[in-house]
Design a protein around this ligand. Structure first.
Ligand code: DSN
Length: 424
């Protein structure tokens, strides 16, 4: 292939739709110049973006490789087969399904494969770090299932495994879910497997946040223990926006049927191909070093936030994210989020365990190091980032001071450019 032209042409977009081209231009500029600290975001490679913006987007491919409901799937079949093989090899999984459009879609498929409406499911409370799809009352999971929640201990803000075990014996859930969106510590999957076995529950791990660290061999894997592991592909894993499910061979047919035709129609084959590209990148020594550095950076960032007078929930982090209790600043999470945004720092307000504030206000912020580590930042930059966040929380209401902080943010990010500079 000497002419790597796959159909996507920026010049065509510029000529045909300058309004949308301008959005793309400005978003690239925002990502290059501001600090990206949202723990669930990252910068994919240009190779992943090329697969995503390709003609594979045009193809209907309902079904699975070799068993499609449409003709002309011979090329996309190859992409999906390569992706499945890479996922199985990378994670040592018995089966992989790359078709879920998102993490929530993957989770719906897991519920449907293993449970029926009104069944009891044990999952981590959203207020203490879980996810909407783990039983929130405003989500299908909380509406259709009897979800019993477990949480963290007050004294150390780590999962209360004894409570989890007690609840499992009391409620006899059909399925136990572990995994969270705002939990900085490692999860004891062996202990959860033992609890599942004792009560005959399916063990489901929603690994969306940390699967990239598992892929990079930086933290222990849930795959040997779990019946099914669902996740998004765009967080530390650094793939395209989308979902994926790994499972034991005995559950392969149930999971595949649950994804299609149970929950989705045609897969987005450009996203499936882009997932395959990301999985290849994850198997490299460079990605392994990256995953380890993400954690080193986050540990440093949490320590630096403590030096700035704020408290890291659970005493720090063992992963890619830290949850910071900012009550000492006298500013709530909502206001801190807004002040940081005004200062060129993108992060999110987040409830801390036993938060006295409403979920729309919160007493904390969540910070992650997936994106800044992709940029090449190291431990020494984490101190600067903590100081910029502290300045923004303190002074970001004042427009002139917010501009000063923004200028310092831009000076830092200019040293670590992501993607080639756009030419206007
Ligand atoms: N929205 C994601 C997060 O930020 O953690 C979870 O789905």
């Amino acid at each position: 292939m000497s002419h790597p032209f796959f159909g996507a042409d920026p010049d065509a977009l510029l000529a045909e739709d300058p309004e949308i081209a301008e959005v793309l231009f400005k978003e690239l500029n925002r990502q290059r110049t501001n600090l990206q600290l949202i723990a669930s975001e990252n910068f994919t490679s240009s190779a992943v973006l090329a697969a995503l913006g390709s003609t594979l987007s045009n193809k209907y491919a309902e079904g699975y490789p070799g068993k499609r409901y449409y003709g002309g799937c011979e090329e996309v079949d190859v992409a999906e087969e390569i992706g499945i093989a890479r996922a199985k090899a990378l994670f040592g999984a018995e089966h992989a399904n790359l078709q879920p459009h998102s993490g929530a879609s993957a989770n719906i498929a897991v519920y449907q494969a293993f449970t029926k409406p009104d069944d009891t499911v044990l999952a981590m409370s959203l207020a203490e770090g879980g996810h909407l799809t783990h039983g929130s009352k405003v989500n299908f999971s909380g509406k259709w299932f009897n979800v019993v929640s477990y949480g963290v201990r007050k004294e150390d803000e780590r999962i209360d495994y004894d409570e989890l075990e007690r609840l499992a014996h009391q409620h006899k859930p059909k399925m136990i879910c572990s995994g969270a969106t705002a939990y900085p510590s490692l999860i004891d999957f062996k202990r959860i497997r033992e609890i599942c076995d004792a009560v005959g529950a399916i063990m489901w791990v929603d690994a969306a946040h940390f699967i990239g660290l598992v892929a990079g061999k930086a933290i222990p894997s849930p795959v040997p223990y779990a019946d099914a592991v669902s996740f998004t592909t765009h967080k530390v894993l650094r793939g395209p926006r989308g979902g994926m499910i790994l499972c034991k061979a005995e559950h392969a047919a149930a999971i595949d049927k649950s994804v299609f035709p149970g929950m989705q129609g045609g897969p987005i084959m450009s996203a499936v191909a882009a997932k395959a590209v990301a999985l290849k990148e994850c198997a490299t020594p460079e990605f392994h070093s990256y995953a380890k550095q993400v954690i080193i950076n986050c540990v440093e960032l949490a320590k630096a936030m403590e030096r700035e007078g704020m408290r890291a929930v659970s005493g720090g982090t063992e992963t890619h994210l830290a949850l910071i209790d900012i009550r000492s600043t006298g500013v709530n999470g909502k206001v801190a989020d807004e002040r940081c945004g005004r200062s060129g720092i993108t992060l999110n307000k987040n409830a801390i365990p036993f938060d006295p504030e409403k979920p729309s206000v919160t007493s904390g912020i969540r910070v992650g190091t997936a994106a800044t580590t992709t940029q090449g930042m190291g431990a020494s930059e984490m101190g600067q980032i903590a100081s910029l966040i502290a300045r923004a929380i303190r002074d970001g209401e004042d427009e002139a001071k917010a501009k000063e902080i923004q200028a310092d943010v831009h000076a830092l990010t200019a040293k670590f450019p992501v993607y080639p500079a756009p030419s206007a």
